[in-house]
Design a protein around this ligand. Structure first.
Ligand code: 5RP
Length: 226
């Protein structure tokens, strides 16, 4: 329950960062879901927002909340995207993809003038990979061979749920690569993305402008310096 309160506080703090109107990127996961509900409330109160969802889950949440959505094809000029993360390091680099949505999340992040990450304080760590493996979306075609190459970077485990491989919204598989703690997340990201069959990694290097962290002692804002 404490965690949920922190997530709600982070989400509410993010709504204060939104422009008066415009295009908003809608993240995925339990924290982003609270944010989407808050945006829905603002739309009902008359704010002219349009959303770009980062997963089929957030699309459903946004539709339920009554947020008008832009076409999936883009291109979008997104004012602000608000998304969650699984791990945040001292430089505000991120591991994302706990919900297998990181490829769409990275595309939306790239299309956004400002990126805000909302987390509870359990997500903070000194070095990425201390708490989580790196989620990697891999094309189904030849994935067992791709997995061998991923193993050169770190132990690669195909993500399963209820005895079945997890598939992304695009129908690809997820490998969780245990390569942490990472001294150089950008180099690890490059090494993984070099492998044919890798669609995208969950390493978000220099992609957060502001991280809102909520915890027992309230809310903190971490601003990217670069
Ligand atoms: C999904 C993500 C999520 O943002 C991340 O997993 C955090 O989720 P939650 O807010 O439920 O902890 O990257 O791909």
């Amino acid at each position: 329950v404490k965690d949920d309160e922190a997530k709600a506080l982070a989400a509410r703090t993010a709504t204060a960062e939104l422009p008066a109107s415009g295009v908003i990127g809608l993240g995925s996961g339990s924290t982003a879901r609270i944010f989407i509900a808050d945006v829905g409330t603002m739309v009902r109160q008359g704010r002219a927002f349009q959303g770009v969802p980062t997963s089929e889950g957030s699309r459903k949440d946004a539709e339920r909340a009554g947020i008008p959505l832009l076409d999936d094809s883009g291109p979008w000029d997104i004012a602000v995207t608000v998304d969650g993360a699984d791990e945040v390091d001292a430089r505000l680099n991120l591991i994302k993809g706990g919900g297998a949505a990181h490829t769409r999340e990275k595309i939306v992040n790239q299309s956004s003038r400002r990126n805000i990450i909302i987390v509870d304080e359990s997500k903070l760590s000194d070095r990425l990979g201390e708490k989580w493996p790196i989620p990697v979306e891999v094309l189904l075609f030849g994935h067992l061979g791709t997995a061998r190459l991923l193993s050169d970077v770190g132990r690669a485990v195909r993500r399963m749920r209820d005895g079945r491989p997890v598939l992304t919204d695009t129908g690809n598989v997820i490998y969780d690569v245990h390569a942490g703690p990472l001294d150089d997340p950008a180099a690890t990201d490059r090494a993984l993305r070099d492998i044919p069959g890798v669609v995208e990694t969950g390493l978000f290097v220099r992609r957060a402008d502001l991280v809102i962290v909520a915890g027992a002692s309230g809310v903190r804002k971490l601003i990217a310096t670069q």
